[in-house]
Design a protein around this ligand. Structure first.
Ligand code: PLP
Length: 454
């Protein structure tokens, strides 16, 4: 693209567009990336510069950008149907996808409800759980428990069960009340490899807080929502699997729905197809989106148990209908893409490749141990993270105004890396197509950026 055309477009962008999670004053002060092409793990800007998409375009991309099989699946589906409404009608891609998801999801989840993004998948789960308890004669069970530092999306219900104050506190007057629980403080562990004793006692403490809450208040709690294994937006906090297993046991014992929000961690990101598999558990409700369509189309699902579904199944006059739906519910193009993505998983042994690259990632990130201002190095599957500290030994953070993470983001762009730190937490959220050679190159470039920042 010629420079004048590029400048004109970027000018119009600044004049007309409000970007998400962006302080637009920062945005207005810089030249921003105008992406013209996406292929595999790379994005290319209008000047032809190449960048590693190390955050999988906000944690959605799975098989790489521009995957030919996905493109063909969209074209094939477009020949059959574009979007059609999903109330009163049905269509093959949505039926086949529901069938496939139930096949591969943790056992016991027998029904699929479609929506179109991660936040709506969570809204659906909360509303289903809330309404279920009314149908079974326990209307007092109407509140939700959630974890500190949890993130479940930006719609008001999802924000009500969110625990990241930076994002959520402004909206407090609009939100419903719930119970905020502590999570195991993994990021406090010095080198990301806690001793088994430290892990065990941290999990035990966090579970004891849940037990105490349920003991006193389960009669008014409908569900507990959790991001299994990795609390992502809250700072890539990684849980031992025993924590998730413990939550399942407590939820069963005290009759509280366990809602697993796998919007971010589902579809192989943690090394298994679903993060719940690490703990060997099934939730009562499971929220999926992002990687569902390999990051190509907006689509989400909420899976629930037959027990939940059956509590809604009655004569219309009983008013047990689940009155919830979105215009783009079950979009056929998106469902066809999701089906194709699942075929790619199977036919191209994607999880096997993820296993190999994850092992290489575990080794590669040890190189960050050499930096004195880094601590909390951790990894699970294709996700790795660490914290930047002014003084890592005493865990003294950089002053807020320093905006270390943001400065690192800007430096990384010069090295052809799209990193997107969460505050001063730096992370990779790699697409499954990443090769070990690309991984090494990404870590080389990250080290260069860290050295340059001093
Ligand atoms: N739940 C989790 C765990 C997420 O990480 C996100 C988004 O990052 C959401 C829900 C919300 O998804 P969406 O941005 O598609 O609404």
């Amino acid at each position: 693209m010629d420079q004048e055309a590029k400048r004109a477009l970027l000018h119009k962008d600044r004049q007309r567009v409000w970007h998400p999670f962006t302080q637009m004053k920062d945005y207005a002060l810089q030249d921003h990336l105008l992406i013209e092409k996406a292929e595999g793990i790379y994005l290319y800007d209008a000047d032809g510069n190449r960048y590693y998409d190390t955050v999988s375009s906000w944690w959605v991309n799975v098989h790489g950008h521009g995957h030919s099989r996905i493109k063909q699946a969209i074209a094939r589906q477009l020949d059959e149907t574009d979007h059609i409404m999903f109330s009163g009608f049905t269509h093959r891609p949505a039926i086949e996808l529901a069938d496939k998801l139930i096949d591969i999801a943790p056992c016991g989840l027998g029904k699929v409800f479609y929506s179109d993004n991660g936040s709506t998948a969570v809204e659906v789960a909360l509303k289903m759980s809330f309404q279920y308890w009314r149908h079974v004669g326990k209307p007092a069970k109407s509140k939700f428990a959630y974890l500190e530092n949890s993130y479940h999306g930006d719609t008001l219900g999802a924000v009500s069960v969110g625990g990241v104050d930076l994002f959520h506190s402004t909206f407090k007057p609009l939100l419903f009340d719930g119970y905020r629980l502590p999570s195991p403080l993994v990021s406090e562990w010095s080198d990301g490899r806690p001793t088994p004793e430290a892990a065990e006692s941290s999990v035990a403490e966090a579970l004891e807080a849940v037990r105490r809450l349920f003991e006193s208040s389960a009669a008014e709690i409908a569900g507990l929502i959790v991001e299994p294994m990795i609390q992502a937006a809250g700072g890539m906090l990684m849980h031992p699997a025993a924590y998730v297993t413990g939550l399942r046991e407590l939820c069963t014992r005290y009759e509280v729905h366990l809602i697993a929000d796998e919007v971010a961690v589902g579809f192989g990101r943690t090394g298994t197809m679903f993060a719940c598999e690490h703990a060997g558990i099934s939730p009562d409700l499971l929220c999926l989106s992002k990687g569902l369509t390999a990051g190509m189309m907006p689509l989400a699902v909420t899976l629930c148990t037959d027990t939940i579904y059956e509590a809604f199944y009655d004569d219309y006059e009983t008013l047990k209908t689940f009155f919830h739906g979105h215009s783009f519910t079950g979009n056929p193009l998106a469902c066809a893409v999701a089906l194709e993505s699942l075929r790619i998983f199977e036919e191209e042994s994607v999880l096997e490749h993820v296993g190999n690259v994850s092992s290489a990632l575990r080794e590669q990130i040890r190189r960050f141990e050499a930096f004195s201002h880094i601590a909390g190095i951790r990894q699970l599957g294709m996700v790795a993270a660490f914290e930047l500290y002014e003084d890592a030994g005493s865990r003294r953070s950089y002053p807020f105004a320093e905006r270390r993470g943001y400065r690192l983001y800007l430096e990384a762009l010069k090295e052809g890396l799209i990193l997107r730190p969460l505050g001063d937490t730096l992370y990779y959220w790699l697409p499954h197509c990443t090769s070990t050679a690309q991984l090494e190159d990404i870590v080389d470039r990250t080290c260069t950026v860290l050295e340059r920042l001093g």
